[in-house]
Design a protein around this ligand. Structure first.
Ligand code: RB5
Length: 148
């Protein structure tokens, strides 16, 4: 799968470890930065380019990591056609895709450990949007305000 990753200083270490693992699993990774650990960097500088790439279809799924995952989710969701959420459990990692067509998973690098983060991502990447009428009806209501 074509995956994009982005992280600020709060998520840099986790992103680096996860990227190595995901490459080993055969995914194609585009890294939107940060490219090095800079304690003063700002998550929108990395998350917004990732969100735009996901929205355009260049990237199929995104992984955004900041300290808590909150700022990453707020920034990503400003882009139309992005459905990002802060995820801390496998149920939501799967159902967020199946029901809500989540296309960016946001993680807290200071909250989740590496093994849980990897489980969350594997669950997110293997899930598919089910597209039933009621799920699509809800997403259409969100899409309507993106273009209002
Ligand atoms: C750290 O600067 C922290 O504020 C940031 O990484 C993120 O957690 C914001 O939501």
């Amino acid at each position: 799968m074509k995956i994009g990753m982005a992280a600020d200083h709060g998520g840099f270490e986790l992103k680096t470890r996860l990227a190595e693992e995901l490459l080993g699993l055969g995914h194609i990774i585009t890294d939107f930065g940060a490219d090095s650990f800079e304690p003063g960097d700002d998550y929108p500088d990395f998350v917004i380019p990732l969100a735009k790439a996901v929205a355009s279809g260049k990237i199929e799924r995104g992984i955004a990591v900041c300290g808590s995952g909150v700022g990453a989710a707020i920034a990503a969701n400003k882009t139309a056609n992005v459905r990002a959420a802060l995820i801390v459990d496998c149920f939501s990692a799967r159902q967020g895709v199946e029901d809500d067509d989540m296309n960016i998973i946001c993680l807290g690098g200071r909250v989740v450990g590496y093994n849980l983060a990897l489980d969350l991502i594997k669950t997110f990447l293997s899930a598919r949007y089910l597209g039933s009428e009621r799920f699509q009806r809800r997403l259409d209501k969100i899409k309507a305000i993106e273009h209002s």
